[in-house]
Design a protein around this ligand. Sequence first.
Ligand code: HEM
Length: 439
Amino acid sequence: MSSAPLPPGPPSPWWGLLHVRDMARDFLGFMAAQQRQYGDVVLLRVPRYLNILLFHPDHVRDALVHSHDALIRWERGAEVFAEAHGQSVLVVEGEAWKQRRKLMQPGFSPRRVEAFVPLMTSACEEALQAWPAQAAFELDFEAAMTALTMDVILRSLFSSRSGEESRAAAAAVHDISIEGQSEMFWPASLPDWLPWKGRKRRALRTLDGLIRGHVAARAGRQEGEDLLAMLMQLGLTGETLRDECMTTFLAGHETSATALTWWAWCMAAHPEAQERAQAELAPLQGRTPVLADMATLPWLTQTIKEALRLYPPAPALLSRRALETFEVGGYQVPRGALLLLAPGLIQRDARWFPEPEAFRPERFAPDAPEIPRGSWMPFGAGPRVCLGQHFAMTEITLVAAMLLQRFRLAPAPGAAPPRPTLNITLRPATPLRLSLARR
Ligand code: HEM
């Protein structure tokens, strides 16, 4: 038992129902208001359980790293994810998770990711070739990045080259993402046969068919250099193979598309930072980058890290249920409480990032003052940290490099700066239009 006190927090009239409503309306805005008023550890009473909000990097690490064994993912979030992902490493818990993670981890190591680089760059090259041939044009950039990262993941996962398949899958992912965000705040999933759920039902069917089709087509053959071959070589079969392919597919492209979209906006809005990144690419003389080139692009990497700080694609994904009572920051986290952590807020805290709203890639320079551990965590932290973080950083860096080799990015004339909105991932509220000029 802990003798530490419970954290401070707001009163909860109506059993906390109003908090649930406010969280569903504007999750990050609501969380930020609690931190302003009550500090780094906040208790929020909602129907049926206690929420504890953590805002300090040390406390976040205490929870995710040191108290990892006392935590599971928020059951409701996992339930919504399970509808598409099945019982993949993203969803399962306890011993099952430990075993699966151990099995999968080597497949996503930096060395293994290297093998996927040619698949990534060839998919990117083909996608960029299909863009308008004019010297200058405007693009709905998020749609373009979603299509591009979809091509990259389908090529990396299945060696698939079908543009038709990419388009159908992109539409399905979009529908599921919007539905999923609102379902998270319902106490349980309503049955999928309800008439207004037709769109989601169709979307789930489309994705399931796509994944099963590719897995079936490969049945029994372990050859190839793609992720499916890698997962089969790790020993995955049947439903497990289907579920891990689905998670790799879903977790592996939408977040990357979002990251690239925000990075491109940061570049468009900061031409001097963009020119510096472009200058770094000059020694490549226009050739397709390979993995070894990444070490020669420190500024480009810094711009990506800074974009991931300002706009983490999964700004509020980290919620955990406490299976045991423990302490954080001198306060008690009682058994059954739900911990809510928001990288989107921690990464904009002026204590760790002076002038937090400013785009400053210098923060990540090797000789810059050290950034406290746990304050930059777009991929999470602890044993459950993003499995695909090397894959993602490699993909984003290569695609960013290939974009800058070909184009100068600028905000579309007359377009307002994009406003972020949360649909599981953090996306621009209205389509982000950028002007592209060929270099
Ligand atoms: C910019 C791109 C990405 C971002 C920002 C991102 C972020 C995250 C975050 C925040 C988590 C949750 C961590 C936690 O709960 O502690 C996560 C989990 C996960 N991600 Fe990513 N991710 C990205 C790309 C990818 C890619 C490319 C893949 C696969 C190819 C991937 C696969 C996974 C998996 C499998 C998990 C679950 C791990 C587990 O529960 O053990 N992610 N990611």
